[in-house]
Design a protein. Structure first.
Length: 565
C-alpha cells in the first residue's frame, strides 16, 4: 500500500513535470535562456557563477575544465579539508550528495555530470543580491538553495537544477559593547551570514569575549548551525547557540528585509532560533550574546580495548560516560568517540573550572585504566582563556567521511539505565560503527522560549553514529544507510522512546522526522513557515514544510499533489 502511494506520487509528478507542480529543470522549455541568465548576471553586477564541479579535473570526459593528473592528485590530497569545499559555490561536504558524479576518487574515465549539484550560484554580498535572486528564482520557477559553508549532513545546502544563494562572502563582524533591548543589556556580536566560527571567535577574543560556537572551526556561525540549535564546548555553561541570539536580519521570500527579535516579528525570531536552516527566510545577519573570557580547564584522553576483555573495556566507558553528569552540571562539556577498538575524548572542558576540579572528576576513570593496566594517554591543562584552551586542545576538524545518524540520550537513561545504554553502544560498535557523543547539559540556565527541539533540554548526551562512506561503492553505502535506519538508530530509540534527534546531525532517512527533529514545535513552525513563505520558495530536506515536496530520481523537485492521492 505504501509502495502504491509513492508510485502514484512519482507518476503524477512526472506526468506533469513541466507544469507548475515541479520546479523548472535545466532540460525543460521553461529554463531561462542563456540571454536571460546573462541579463540576470548584469542585474546582480556580475556575481553569477556557473557551476564547475570540483572533481572535474579528475575526469577526461568532462565539459567543464581540462583533465589534469597533477591537479587531480593535489585535489585528492586536500579533499578531507573543509576549506576545499566551503571556498566553492557548489561542493557539498557530505559525500553522499555528490551522487558519485565527478567523484575524484573514481577512474579518470568515469562520468562527470553536474547532476546533483546546484547549476548556478549568486555570490551574494548584500540584501539587494538576496532580493534579486529571490525575484529571479520565483519569476522562472527555479529551485532555490541557500548555501553557506556546505557543511550540512542532510544535503540541505545542495540540490539538482537549483540556483544557490551563496552567503559565504557576507563577512561583516561588529562587536557591540553594550547591546540594549527590553530582554538583554550587555555585550554582543553582529555577524554577516557568511561568518565562520574561527572568524567570529577571533573578533570576540580581541575584545576579550567568548561566544557559543561549535567544535569544527569552519562551520557557519549564523547559518544552519545556530538556526538548527548549535552545541559546543560552551553550551553547558551558557546554553545552545540558538539560545544566545538577540536578533536576526532576514529577507523573506517576497524580498522584504525584516528584523526578527523578541520585539519585532517575534514569531519569525522564535522559529529561526532552533527551527532549522533554509526554511523560513534568508538570514542576512545575526546578533548574539557574547561573554567575558574565562579561565578554562581542558583534558584529552584516549584508551584502547587491546589487552582487556570487552566487558572491562565497555565498563570503563560506562564509568566515564556516567561520571560526566556532575561535570556537565558544573558547566562542562565532553566530546568523545567510541569504537570497539578505542575510546577518545577530544576534549573534555570546564569553562571557568579549575584543573583540580577536572582531575577529581576524571580520577575514577584513570584509576580503572591503571588498575586494569590498560594503555592510555592523558593530557590536562589549565588555560587563562577559553581561546587558548580551544587552540591547544581542539584538533582541526576534517570533512566527516561517514554516513551518520543521531539520537539524543536523556539524562534519565544515563542515570538509571546506563548498562542497557552501554550494551546498545557495544552492539552498535560491533557492526563497525563509530559512536560519538557530546555530553552536555543545555538547561543549566533559564531556557529561553524558542524553537529548539524540546528534547535538547532533557539530554545528557547528543549521540552521532557513523558508518564508513565508501567513495568507490554505492551498494556498500546504501547498505550502510539501511543499517543506520533499520538497525543502529532503533537500538537507541528503543531505550529513549520519548527523546528526539538533533536536526543538524541525524539520519537523512529518519522515519517520522517531523516529530523526532522538532517534536511538538512542528505545527507552530509549519504555521510560521506558511505565514512568511506562503508560496513555499524555501525547501530543505527534512526542513519544516518539506513533506510537501518530493525529489525525483534525477533530482527534480516536485510538489506532492495531495488532492490527487
Ligand atoms: C565537521 C563538522 C563538525 C560539526 N560540528 C558541529 C558542532 O560542534 N556543533 C553543532 O551544533 N553542529 C556541528 N555540525 C553540524 C552543523 O551545525 C551543520 O552542518 C550546519 O547545518 C552547518 O551550517 P552551515 O550554515 O555552516 O552549513 P550549510 O550546509 O551551508 O547550511 C546548512 C543549512 O542552513 C541553511 N542556511 C545557511 N545559511 C543560511 C542563511 N543565511 N539563511 C537561512 N538559511 C541558511 C542552508 O540552507 C542549509 O539548510 C558539524 C558539521 C560538520 C560537517
Ligand atoms: C557574470 O558576469 C561576470 C562579469 O562579467 C563574469 O565574469 C561571469 O563569468 C558571469 N557569469 C556567468 C554565469 O556567465
Ligand atoms: C562522454 O560523456 C557524454 C555525456 O556526458 C557521453 O554521452 C559520452 O558517451 C562520453 N564519452 C566517452 C568516451 O565516455
Ligand atoms: C544519481 O545517480 C543515479 C545513478 O547514476 C542517476 O540515475 C540519478 O539520476 C542521479 N541523480 C542525480 C540527482 O543526479
Ligand atoms: C565572490 O565575491 C567576493 C567579493 O565579495 C570575491 O572576493 C570572490 O572572489 C568572489 N568569488 C567567486 C568565486 O566569484
Ligand atoms: C520581480 O521584480 C519585478 C521588477 O521589480 C517585479 O515587477 C516582479 O513582480 C518581481 N517578481 C517577483 C516574483 O517578485
Ligand atoms: C549599558 O547600557 C545600560 C542601559 O543603557 C546602562 O544602564 C549600563 O550602565 C551600560 N553598561 C555599560 C557597561 O556601559
Ligand atoms: C602492565 O603492562 C606492562 C606492559 O604492557 C607489563 O610489563 C606489566 O607486567 C603489566 N602489569 C600488570 C600488573 O599486568
Ligand atoms: C592532547 O593534547 C595534547 C596537548 O595539547 C596534544 O599534544 C595531543 O595531540 C592531544 N591528543 C589528542 C588525541 O588530541
Ligand atoms: C585530517 O586529515 C588530515 C589529512 O588527511 C590528517 O593528517 C589529519 O590527521 C586529520 N585530522 C583529524 C582530526 O582527523
Ligand atoms: C532515577 O531513578 C530514581 C529512582 O527511581 C529516581 O528518583 C530518579 O529521579 C531517576 N533519575 C532521573 C534522572 O530520572
Ligand atoms: C570490531 O568490529 C569489527 C567489525 O565488526 C570487527 O572486525 C573487529 O574485529 C572488532 N574489533 C574488536 C576489538 O572487537
Ligand atoms: C560493494 O559493496 C558490496 C556490499 O558490501 C559488496 O558485496 C561488493 O563486493 C562491493 N563491490 C566492490 C566492487 O567492492
Amino acid at each position: 500500500m505504501v509502495g502504491l502511494i509513492s508510485f502514484l506520487v512519482v507518476f503524477l509528478s512526472v506526468s506533469s513535470s513541466t507544469a507548475s507542480t515541479c520546479r523548472c529543470f535545466p532540460s525543460d522549455p521553461c529554463w531561462p535562456s542563456p540571454q536571460q541568465w546573462d541579463d540576470f548576471n548584469t542585474t546582480i553586477n556580475g556575481k553569477l557563477i556557473a557551476t564547475t564541479p570540483l572533481g572535474s579535473v579528475c575526469h577526461t570526459n568532462n565539459t567543464f575544465t581540462t583533465y589534469s593528473e597533477s591537479a587531480c592528485a593535489s585535489l585528492r590530497s586536500i579533499w578531507d579539508y573543509p576549506s576545499t569545499h566551503y571556498t566553492t559555490s557548489s561542493s557539498p561536504m557530505a559525500p553522499w550528495f555528490t551522487n558519485f558524479s565527478c567523484n575524484p576518487f573514481l577512474a579518470d574515465i568515469a562520468p562527470c555530470a553536474i547532476g546533483p549539484l546546484v547549476r548556478y550560484a549568486v555570490n551574494a554580498t548584500s540584501a539587494t543580491d538576496y532580493q534579486q535572486t529571490l525575484n529571479f528564482t520565483q519569476t522562472h520557477n527555479i529551485r532555490l538553495v541557500i548555501r553557506n559553508t556546505g557543511h550540512d549532513y542532510l544535503g540541505k545546502s545542495t540540490g539538482a537544477g537549483a540556483l544557490a544563494l551563496w552567503t559565504h562572502h557576507l563577512k561583516d563582524i561588529e562587536i557591540i559593547s553594550n547591546y540594549t533591548s527590553a530582554s538583554y543589556t550587555g555585550p554582543a556580536i553582529k555577524v554577516g551570514a557568511g561568518v565562520q566560527f574561527f572568524e567570529a571567535m577571533a573578533a570576540a577574543h580581541e575584545e576579550n569575549f567568548v561566544l557559543v560556537g561549535g567544535n569544527c572551526q569552519s562551520v557557519g556561525y549564523a547559518g544552519g548551525y545556530t538556526q538548527g540549535g548549535g552545541h559546543g564546548q560552551l553550551a553547558s555553561k551558557f546554553g545552545l547557540a540558538a539560545d544566545q541570539v538577540l536578533e536576526w536580519e532576514v529577507v523573506t521570500a517576497d524580498g522584504e528585509l525584516l528584523t526578527a527579535s523578541p520585539a519585532q516579528n517575534a514569531d519569525l525570531y522564535w522559529a529561526l532560533c532552533g527551527g532549522g536552516g533554509g526554511t523560513y527566510g534568508v538570514v542576512l545577519s545575526m546578533t548574539s550574546k557574547v561573554y567575558p573570557e574565562l579561565r578554562t580547564t581542558t583534558a584529552n584522553l584516549t584508551f584502547s580495548a587491546e589487552g582487556v576483555t570487552r566487558s572491562v573495556y565497555w565498563g570503563v566507558v560506562e564509568r566515564f560516560v556516567k561520571g560526566l553528569l556532575p561535570l556537565t552540571d558544573a558547566g562542562g562539556v565532553a566530546i568523545w568517540e567510541a569504537t570497539n577498538a578505542s575510546f577518545t575524548v577530544t576534549p573534555v572542558t570546564i569553562p571557568g573550572g579549575t584543573k583540580r576540579q577536572l582531575e577529581a572528576w576524571l580520577a575514577p576513570t584513570i584509576k580503572l585504566l591503571r588498575g586494569y593496566n590498560m594503555s592510555y594517554t592523558y593530557n590536562i591543562g589549565e588555560f587563562p582563556t577559553f581561546w587558548e584552551s580551544y587552540a591547544a586542545m581542539n584538533p582541526m576538524s576534517n570533512v566527516t567521511e561517514a554516513q551518520i545518524g543521531g539520537r539524543m540520550i536523556p539524562r534519565t537513561t544515563v542515570e538509571n539505565n546506563s548498562s542497557a545504554l552501554i550494551a546498545a553502544f557495544r552492539t552498535i560498535a560491533d557492526y563497525g560503527a563509530a559512536i560519538s557523543g557530546v555530553s552536555m547539559n543545555a538547561s543549566r540556565n533559564a531556557v529561553p522560549d524558542n524553537a529548539v527541539n524540546p528534547a535538547w533540554r532533557d539530554i545528557a548526551i547528543d549521540i552521532v553514529l557513523g558508518t564508513t562512506f565508501d567513495y568507490y561503492n554505492r551498494t556498500a553505502d546504501l547498505q550502510n544507510q539501511r543499517l543506520m535506519t533499520n538497525v543502529l538508530i532503533p537500538l537507541l530509540t528503543a531505550l529513549t522512546p520519548d527523546s528526539g534527534a538533533y536536526l543538524n546531525e541525524a539520519d537523512i532517512h529518519q522515519p517520522n522526522w517531523q516529530w523526532v527533529f522538532y517534536r511538538n514545535n512542528y505545527a507552530t513552525l509549519s504555521a510560521i513557515k506558511d505565514k512568511y513563505d506562503p508560496n513555499q520558495v524555501f525547501y530543505a530536506r527534512t526542513g519544516v514544510g518539506s513533506e510537501r515536496w518530493t525529489e525525483l530520481k534525477d533530482g527534480r523537485l516536485c510538489q506532492v499533489n495531495r488532492s490527487s492521492i
